[in-house]
Unconditional design. Sequence first.
Length: 201
Amino acid sequence: MGTILGQNILPELLHQVKTGAGQDCDIVNTTILAQQRLAGMKILVVEDNALNRQVALELLSSEGADIHLAEGGLQGVEMALAAEVDYDVLLMDMQMPDIDGLEATRQIRQSERGKRTPIVAMTANASNSDRNKCLLAGMNEHVGKPIDLNQVVDILLKVTNWLPTIDLNNDHAVIDSMTIKIDSSLQGKRLLLIDEDPIVQ
C-alpha cells in the first residue's frame, strides 16, 4: 500500500508540490484533509479507572491512534511484553491497586524487549519530585491529569519521533488542510517529506 509519511510540512514545500515545480511527469489533483496527529500509532493505556480508560480511548482514537487498554499494572506488564507487534508507546497510570506504575515500568524495563518502548507516566501529582521518580524508574516522560489532549499528543510525538501514515490509494493525502497536486508517479511509493525535499523510498 502506498503511503506518504509527513510531519510539519513547510509552506515552501507545499507550494512546490502544488505547482508541480521541477517535475516533468503527469500531476494528479489530490485534496488535503485535516491531519490526525497520531495516525497509526499503537498505544497501550495502563489505567485501573474505567472512566479514565474510556476518556483516553476516545481522545486518542480521535487523533488516529490504535488504542489497547490494560486494567492494571500487572495486566499492563503482561500485554506490553506479550504483544505480537511492539507498542509504539505506553501511557502508564501511577496509582493502581495491584502494582503501581513505577513497579510496572521496572518490570517492563527488565526485559530486552521492554527497554525499547517509550513509557509516559499519567498522574494527578505533577510535582518535580514525582517526575524524578518516574524518570528514575525508567519512564521517558510525565503528563498530568486530567488529560490535556494537545499536551499528551505533543509528548507522544516527541518520545516516539512519530511520522503519521497517510494513505495515497484513496487519491487523498492528509498533510496540511490544503489542496495540492501530487506527482502521479509517486502512487504506490513511500514518500518521506523532510524540510523542502521529498525523498522517495
